[in-house]
Design a protein around this ligand. Structure first.
Ligand code: NDP
Length: 331
């Protein structure tokens, strides 16, 4: 079997030398275990962020979809498609019910009504739950309200914007290229999309949302978030999902922007979350997302890279913003 092992703490953008592809022999299965052949691998921002928190060397963790090739567990017969947190490997052994981390789990792929199994690491997995629960539970949007999403063309952001449209909101998205801006407006139905790299964010947002912002779904943190929060209406709600603008930074914290006056004067509610807190909602949320996708209300875009040897490229490509929708690797 082959797996990616992380050997170093990343300095800035992760480098190929920080990873080693290790070949090794898998042991025979023990009772209760299954052998999984990987089919789809997820590359995600938290794989960058958690490097600082992990003890090196470590096997690169992450969500993946595979098929059971051998089984000593009657719950998972040969041929079953499974989702696990076994990461960047081509074959792996898994056991039911062992949790090494809050994201660690093993489950049988639910019925996606013919949609691609790869969506289990995207719109029909924790990414979909992040968008659905992170937006609806925290922002509690009302029809007619103005919603702003950063990281809008990414896996989570593209879903949040579309869910906000389904709920009758006006949606403004920020993304990092003109191509993404056009895609958000023309393909995903955003009311307005803006390239944060080329516009004056404060000015462009004032024009796009003259009545102010009611809900902000924050995927990126940093300065742009402070600017958006300073344009929020009374009783606005901010869902703090991610902070990717600082993941490649090291050492001292980025310089603080004073947000308290806006938070106080506008009675803002700002809440962070980890999607693992909502894991129990999965059985309710996934069928609803399946229906939205099947009925054409929700587009679950994917940016697919082919080949086990290209996982690293897919990972840094995603961090650099190459993806529209969920970045996944077909093994
Ligand atoms: P994306 O598919 O959005 O991919 C990352 C995107 O981030 C890139 O495409 C790029 O798009 C953008 N980006 C990269 N660097 C910067 C930067 N310096 N400033 C602004 N944008 C940048 O990833 P996900 O949808 O998987 O994740 C989005 C966010 O949600 C991340 O912050 C992630 O950590 C977080 N998250 C949080 C979870 C939780 O439980 N709280 C669960 C899942 C994700 P662009 O071209 O627009 O710059």
């Amino acid at each position: 079997a082959r797996k990616y092992v992380v050997k170093n703490y990343f300095k800035g953008v992760p480098k190929r030398e920080d990873f080693e592809i290790v070949e090794y022999d898998l042991p025979p299965l023990k009772d209760g275990e299954i052998l999984i052949k990987t089919e789809w691998i997820s590359v995600d921002p938290y794989q960058r962020a958690y490097n600082k928190l992990s003890k090196i060397p470590y096997d690169q963790f992450g969500l993946q979809v595979g098929v059971v090739k051998e089984s000593r567990n009657p719950k998972f017969p040969v041929g079953t498609k499974v989702v696990s947190h076994k990461g960047w490997c081509d074959y792996t052994i898994a056991k039911d019910g062992v949790q090494a981390s809050p994201l660690d789990h093993l489950y049988i792929l639910p019925d996606f009504k013919g949609l691609s199994p790869s969506l289990a690491v995207g719109a029909l997995g924790l990414i979909g739950l992040t968008a659905y629960a992170g937006f609806l539970e925290i922002c509690k949007p009302k029809a007619g309200e103005t919603v702003v999403v950063t990281g809008a063309a990414g896996a989570v952001g593209s879903l949040v914007g579309q869910i906000a449209k389904i709920k009758g909101c006006k949606v403004i998205g920020f993304a990092g290229s003109d191509d993404k801006v056009e895609w958000l407006e023309k393909e995903l139905g955003f009311d307005k999309a803006l390239n944060y790299k080329t516009v004056d964010v404060a000015k462009a947002l004032k024009e796009a949302a003259p009545k102010g912002v009611d809900c902000y779904f924050d995927n990126v943190g940093g300065e742009i978030s402070s600017i958006i929060i300073n344009q929020m209406n009374k009783f606005g709600r901010v869902s703090v999902c991610g902070s990717i603008s600082s993941y490649n930074e090291e050492g001292s914290m980025p310089k603080a922007t004073i947000l308290q006056p806006a938070i106080i004067s506008q009675n803002l509610m700002i809440q962070g979350f980890l999607v693992s807190e909502w894991r129990d909602l999965m059985p309710k949320v996934v069928p609803e997302l399946v229906d939205w996708i099947k009925s054409g209300q929700l587009k679950a875009a994917e940016h697919v890279t082919e080949g086990f040897d290209n996982i690293f490229n897919a990972f840094v490509g995603m961090l650099a913003g190459e993806n529209k929708g969920k970045a996944v690797v077909k093994v």
